[in-house]
Design a protein around this ligand. Structure first.
Ligand SMILES: Nc1ncnc2c1ncn2[C@@H]1O[C@H](COP(=O)(O)OP(=O)(O)OP(=O)(O)O)[C@@H](O)[C@H]1O
Ligand SMILES: [Mg+2]
Length: 236
């Protein structure tokens, strides 16, 4: 059996003395779209930040294609093939659109390698605004920039934390379409979001985080089943 693209196992982490994750376990397979869902403050962002080396785990494993990377610095996680679209976007404010895209770019072998040209094809609006500073973009454009920047690292797994938060419905719809297109290309995606309808349309598997533990995983039909996990865990 080959190792999953990402394995998170018994991960424990927190902030100082405050423990937030109490043994998060989740596998993500190549080419799959997985969601991490849960109410506010359950530890979704903490899980992702720990995977990306921004919080040091107290215990547990993070493996990318079988390689142990728990506690490794963020650049090594990126090199291993994980692309990060953080909650709040975190565009580099003093850099232009193009510099935001290229600052952390990395090339990789393969037909669908992401280049500046390809990102501009995908997001024509970014091309129009290439002369602007990151902070001069609208919220939706900044989100597209954050996604484009992550794609420029040519990831095997794209991880998005609340990528549609605070955006107008029409812009949200565009983001979901972008993720659909990336899925069709076979890119693996881990998506944290609160729009269950959109997540159910996009994703193959769902994982529910409750108080720092994965309490449920299943397929979209399982998620939507009457009397199922939505009522039990996700009354937002
Ligand atoms: N920098 C921090 N310092 C201390 N505690 C924090 C910090 N960031 C988050 N927490 C706490 O950790 C817990 C989990 O937060 P986290 O941001 O991981 O939740 P979340 O599931 O992403 O929530 P949301 O849906 O609101 O984004 C919460 O109780 C939160 O208050
Ligand atoms: Mg969060």
């Amino acid at each position: 059996m080959t190792a999953p693209l990402l394995r998170i196992e018994a991960l424990e982490a927190g902030y100082g003395a405050a423990q937030v994750l109490f043994g998060v376990t989740l596998d993500i397979e190549a080419g799959s779209v997985t969601t991490l869902i849960g109410r506010n403050g359950m530890g979704k962002t903490t899980t992702i930040r720990t995977v990306f080396g921004l919080i040091r785990p107290k215990a547990g494993r993070v493996q990318v294609e079988g390689r142990d990377l728990a506690g490794a610095p963020p650049y090594r996680i990126a090199q291993a093939g994980l692309g990060y679209v953080p909650e709040g976007r975190h565009i580099f404010p003093r850099l232009g659109v193009e510099e935001n895209l290229t600052a952390t770019a990395a090339s990789r072998q393969g037909r669908s390698a992401w280049t500046l040209e390809r990102v501009y094809q995908f997001f024509p609006r970014l091309k129009e605004r290439r002369g602007n500073l990151g902070t001069q973009l609208s919220g939706g454009e900044q989100q597209m920039l954050a996604i484009g920047r992550a794609l420029m690292t040519n990831p095997k797994l794209l991880v998005l934390d609340e990528a549609t938060e605070g955006l107008a419905p029409v812009v949200r719809a565009e983001i979901w379409q972008v993720l659909e297109a990336l899925k069709r290309e076979g890119l693996a995606i881990l998506v944290v979001d609160k729009n269950l309808e959109a997540l159910a349309r996009l994703a193959d598997r769902h994982a529910i985080l409750e108080k720092g533990e994965i309490v449920w995983t299943g397929t979209t039909p399982d998620l939507k089943a009457p009397g199922g996990p939505i009522e039990r865990y996700l009354a937002f």
